[in-house]
Write a new protein. Structure first.
Length: 95
């Protein structure tokens, strides 16, 4: 079952997010990694909010461990995001 992954990353800027994305070899509007169904990010008063839909929570966890965490550390972000998971009842994509 698909899972929504909500990451609230306090103290992180959109510029830092772009650096992490580049470090992972991804670009804005990319197709995304295998298992990722949807992704968006926005600035908040306190940092950034990242919302993803993944095929499985395990798929996200593996990608986070192999790609996200090392890239975040490589650019010097020393904090963890608050992450919540929600089972997705329905998701649609452009046709």
């Amino acid at each position: 079952m698909a899972v929504a992954v909500i990451q609230e990353f306090e103290g992180v800027t959109l510029d830092q997010y772009d650096e992490v994305l580049a470090h992972m070899g991804l670009t804005p509007a990319d197709a995304g990694p295998p298992g990722s169904l949807f992704h968006w990010v926005t600035a908040t008063e306190n940092g950034i909010l990242i919302t993803d839909v993944w095929e499985t929570q395990e798929g996200f966890a593996a990608f986070a461990e192999e790609s996200i965490r090392p890239s975040v550390a490589a650019i010097g972000i020393d904090r963890e995001p608050a992450i919540t998971f929600h089972e997705v009842h329905n998701h649609q994509t452009a046709g």
